[in-house]
Ligand binder design. Structure first.
Ligand code: GLC
Length: 455
């Protein structure tokens, strides 16, 4: 047989490899759900969510809701006209939402300072809203402007910067992973309003692919999916494309917001929002990690009406993280920076509080799993290898910590994570379980102290 020239053989091999790779995942959820998820996400536990865009200019809404919905509240005169009345008196009826883009200047923005703060907070990943329901793209996506007929991305107007690109670089330089939120649906988009199928194929899919190919996010976090079925968004096809072609497939994770009533059913992790699954979901079905997202106040984007008492305290945030982690979840804690690019000091303070606690107690959070011990009245429990971590919220008045569901002779060693030079005494409790002697020791902070038990 005549031998093929070496070059053609090489080409043939590449072709076969590509064919094989392309057929790995089929565009249906059964095939896509069978993908083993990368483990880093379940170990990371803590990420930072960022809602920042044109809506950060008015930064205003009823305290019960989200300010990134400003345009919607304005059009629908919701909450007894809270936003529409404010808009009329402050800006005048002739000012359109679109006009705010010019005032979204980010003139004080320092992405390195942001990323340094996120690292200091102990976060392992960041998810930036690349495009919210208003359709404004935080990267130089030409189609956002072209399809609307006015400048509608952060390079052509407003900041005049590639916010997605600059932040991704700074975040990765700090050793954190980068992800993007992306809204499928858009308000006031001429194609979305007239022909949704064309909107998806001619605009949304190319835009989504551009975002992913340009920045290779490790977390793809869609939203705005809830009113339409996955067949309209063509999301099984999009996910198959991601899984089959992403060069970072070993680290890529996706959430569960891919179509009506699919939350809790698909993706590498499930999302809850202020404790709710939402989106018409029938509930959580598979054994995957979940991620709770929420603001420090009630809105995701900055709401200037929120004041001190609307923000979670340092202690409650630390406890929230512990509680979620002890239930097998992650916390994606949101910040809403100002239009000038600064992060309000109260949000900085809360992130730093997380970091101060995590710096000492990281071992009890990162890489841990839900414990098999029963619920404990004084706090929460996590586990990792031979270690059980007791997160003590309420330090016992008699300094004797009672742990149910364990036997004293199963424990080799007990100590406080913030004072690991001193061993703690262990004995069997009168009503079963174990008693740990904390006499002579002090809590780490008002938030929580951690007792480590080595088995
Ligand atoms: C929701 C909201 C939104 C927020 C998001 C975060 O779907 O529409 O404003 O961005 O969830 O989870």
């Amino acid at each position: 047989m005549k031998s093929l020239p070496l070059v053609s053989l090489g080409l043939l091999l590449v072709l076969i490899q590509n064919l094989l790779a392309e057929s790995t995942y089929q565009p249906n959820w059964e095939s896509l759900n069978a993908r083993p998820s990368p483990s880093w996400f379940g170990d990371a536990k803590f990420g930072i969510f960022i809602h920042w865009g044109v809506y950060s200019v008015p930064a205003y809404c009823d305290k019960s809701t989200y300010s990134e919905w400003y345009w919607h509240w304005l059009r629908t005169k919701s909450h007894d006209g809270k936003v529409s009345n404010f808009h009329k008196s402050r800006y005048g009826e002739d000012v359109r939402y679109q006009d705010f883009a010019e005032d979204f200047k980010a003139e004080l923005w320092d992405p390195i300072a942001w990323a340094t703060l996120f690292k200091r907070a102990g976060a392992k990943y960041v998810v930036l809203v690349s495009k919210h329901h208003d359709g404004f793209a935080l990267w130089p996506n030409k189609d956002a402007s072209r399809t609307r007929g006015y400048p509608w991305n952060s390079v052509q107007t407003g900041p005049k910067r590639d916010l997605c690109g600059d932040l991704a670089e700074a975040v990765r330089d700090q050793g954190l992973r980068m992800g993007f939120y992306y809204s499928f649906m858009e308000w006031e988009h001429p194609l979305f309003d007239s022909d949704k199928e064309r909107y998806v194929s001619e605009y949304m899919i190319p835009q989504f692919k551009e975002l992913v190919e340009r920045y290779r996010p490790d977390i793809v976090w869609p939203d705005g999916e809830w009113n339409e079925p996955d067949s309209l968004w063509r999301s099984p096809e999009l996910v198959a494309w991601l899984y089959n072609t992403a060069p970072n497939i070993d680290t890529l994770v996706i959430n569960d917001r891919w179509g009506k009533a699919l939350r809790g059913q698909v993706g590498d992790f499930y999302t809850t929002e202020y404790g709710n699954i939402g989106g018409g979901s029938p509930g959580l079905r598979q054994n995957k990690p979940f991620e709770e997202c929420r603001g420090i106040g009630h809105s995701f984007a900055l709401n200037r009406l929120e004041d001190y008492d609307d923000y979670q305290t340092r202690e409650s945030l630390v406890r929230m993280l512990i509680d979620l982690v002890s239930n097998g979840g992650n916390l994606l804690l949101n910040i809403g920076p100002a239009a000038d690019g600064t992060i309000p000091v109260i949000m900085q303070d809360r992130l730093i509080a997380m970091g101060e606690w995590l710096e000492v107690h990281g071992d009890a959070i990162y890489g841990t799993r839900k414990s098999s011990l029963p619920g404990q009245a004084w706090g929460c429990v996590t586990e990792k290898g031979n270690k059980v971590f007791l997160h003590v919220f309420d330090w016992p008045e008699d300094h004797q910590l009672s742990v149910s569901g364990m036997k004293a002779d199963h424990i080799k060693k007990a100590f406080l994570l913030h004072d690991d030079d001193h061993r703690l005494g262990i004995r069997s409790g009168d009503q079963g379980g174990v008693l740990i002697d904390l006499l002579g020791h002090h809590p780490f902070s008002k938030a929580a102290s951690v007792v480590v038990l080595e088995r």
